[in-house]
Design a protein around this ligand. Structure first.
Ligand SMILES: Nc1nc2c(c(=O)[nH]1)N[C@H]1C(S)=C(S)[C@@H](COP(=O)(O)OP(=O)(O)OC[C@H]3O[C@@H](n4cnc5c(N)ncnc54)[C@H](O)[C@@H]3O)O[C@H]1N2
Ligand code: MOO
Length: 394
């Protein structure tokens, strides 16, 4: 049995990025940039007004008296002419500053009668002009590779007149949940001996959160022929197949034998961690297969620690981004750690990390509360309240 660090290293090695694709910016939310976004135009494209008012010449204001209105500048059309001595033009926010003008006076401090405009109050120091290229210039690198496109960066890219972006391909993930006892949530209570299939929903959500395109979740009976058929289909359509349950040594634990019959080469099988010891990883041709234990807490802990780095790496994310450990103080004591590296489910109180009382690997209710995992190295001594531990977001 290998330890956690070895398993993580094998995951990182297997997690080669799948490649890149060019997609429409409108479809790019949440995607990871593989190439920089470079501005295709200046913003703003000309000196423009930042306010609604009148475009004037600074010198004329100093001279005092009224100005003659000679035209209007609108966003999109502008004012074809130029402003001479003693003249001004109506202007609106975003409209190009007419030639000859060098500032804008806001309309609130102006009295106007027909074509005569008189500036009433003090104009202040602001020119109310956004110079051409003051936001960015053609050719500026606005977004760097590795950035995940969100509501803010999408505006920057669109504002740079960019229609398409080069992003990392999302790993396609198929999830197979095995077990004769499993039923679709909402159906289990109607049949004796059945329980809801809960794990695949969490695995799918976590994989999607880390950039996967989940191709589907399928529930399978513990029946090798049907499992083999489902495994073949999953391998044909997904980059990564995740199989939950049937990972252990029970007489109906068929997960590995089914993929072995399809030519799987095992990368690792069993890791000295608690919970989640039966987790495994294999390869069938250029496809990867990860087996997660069926116990719901074990499945989600192993998904967070080993599936997330795999999905992240296949999708072009940096190795370190998936497991970002940080130190936090404990609210309570913890016993000495046994010989398996242990990941204690815990919650953040706002100031400290509190281990949950239910550490059963079959727990589901406690998962809703466990927003952190505490990492305990094998053989480490008992801890008291206030001691620092390494934690990760769960
Ligand atoms: N003799 C041994 N028995 C077990 C060992 C062992 O080393 N020797 N390992 C234990 C550990 S650790 C774990 S974890 C479990 C994992 O076993 P499997 O991966 O084979 O999981 P199953 O037996 O299929 O299921 C375990 C448990 O979880 C429930 N389950 C399974 N899938 C789901 C699902 N998709 N949604 C909700 N619940 C699910 C299932 O009903 C079982 O109760 O094995 C130990 N045994
Ligand atoms: O390690 Mo198992 O994952 O105890 O439930």
């Amino acid at each position: 049995m290998i330890d956690f660090d070895e398993a993580f290293a094998l995951v990182v090695r297997a997690a080669r990025p799948l490649g890149t694709e060019t997609i429409a910016l409108a479809d790019a939310r949440g995607r990871l940039l593989a190439a920089p976004v470079v501005a295709m135009m200046d913003a703003p494209p000309a000196d423009v007004s930042a306010m609604d008012g009148y475009a004037v010449r600074e010198r004329d204001l100093k001279a005092g008296g009224s100005l003659r209105l000679v035209g209007s500048s609108w966003p999109g059309s502008g004012f074809g002419g130029a402003i001479g001595t003693g003249e001004c033009a109506r202007i609106f926010t975003g409209a190009p500053l007419p030639a000859g003008a060098d500032r804008v006076v806001i309309q609130e401090i102006v009295d106007r009668a027909d074509d005569q405009v008189r500036v009433r109050g003090p104009v202040g120091s602001g020119r109310h002009v956004r110079p051409r290229g003051s936001d960015f210039r053609t050719g500026d690198r606005l977004l760097e590779p590795g950035l995940r496109l969100d509501h803010r960066s999408l505006v920057a890219a669109a504002g740079a007149d960019v229609a398409e972006v080069q992003v990392w391909r999302r790993p396609r993930v198929a999830i197979l949940g095995t077990g004769d006892e499993l039923e679709e949530p909402g159906q289990a209570r109607h049949t004796p001996g059945r329980i809801p299939e809960s794990v695949s929903l969490g695995v799918a959500a976590l994989a999607e959160q880390w950039g996967a395109a989940v191709m589907g979740r399928r529930r399978l009976r513990d029946e090798p022929d049907a499992m083999k058929e489902a495994a073949e289909t999953a391998l044909s359509e997904a980059d990564l197949v995740v199989m939950t349950g049937g990972a252990s040594v029970g007489e109906k634990d068929f997960a590995k034998p089914v993929f072995a019959s399809l030519g799987m080469e095992i990368i690792f099988s069993k890791v000295a961690i608690k919970p989640g010891k039966p987790v495994w990883l294999g390869r069938v041709g250029d496809r990867l297969v990860m087996g997660l234990p069926g116990n719901p807490t074990s499945a989600l802990v192993t998904a967070r620690l080993l599936l997330v780095p795999l999905v992240a790496g296949l999708g072009g994310r940096e190795d370190e981004s998936a497991l970002h450990w940080r130190a936090a103080p404990l609210t309570d004591a913890l016993p000495a750690c046994g010989d398996r590296e242990t990941f204690v489910r815990a919650r953040w109180t706002g100031e400290r990390v509190q281990p949950l009382s239910n550490q059963d690997s079959g727990a589901q209710r406690a998962l809703a509360e466990a927003d952190l995992l505490i990492r305990r190295r094998p053989g480490t001594a008992a801890l008291v309240a206030g001691d620092m531990v390494d934690v990760i977001d769960f």
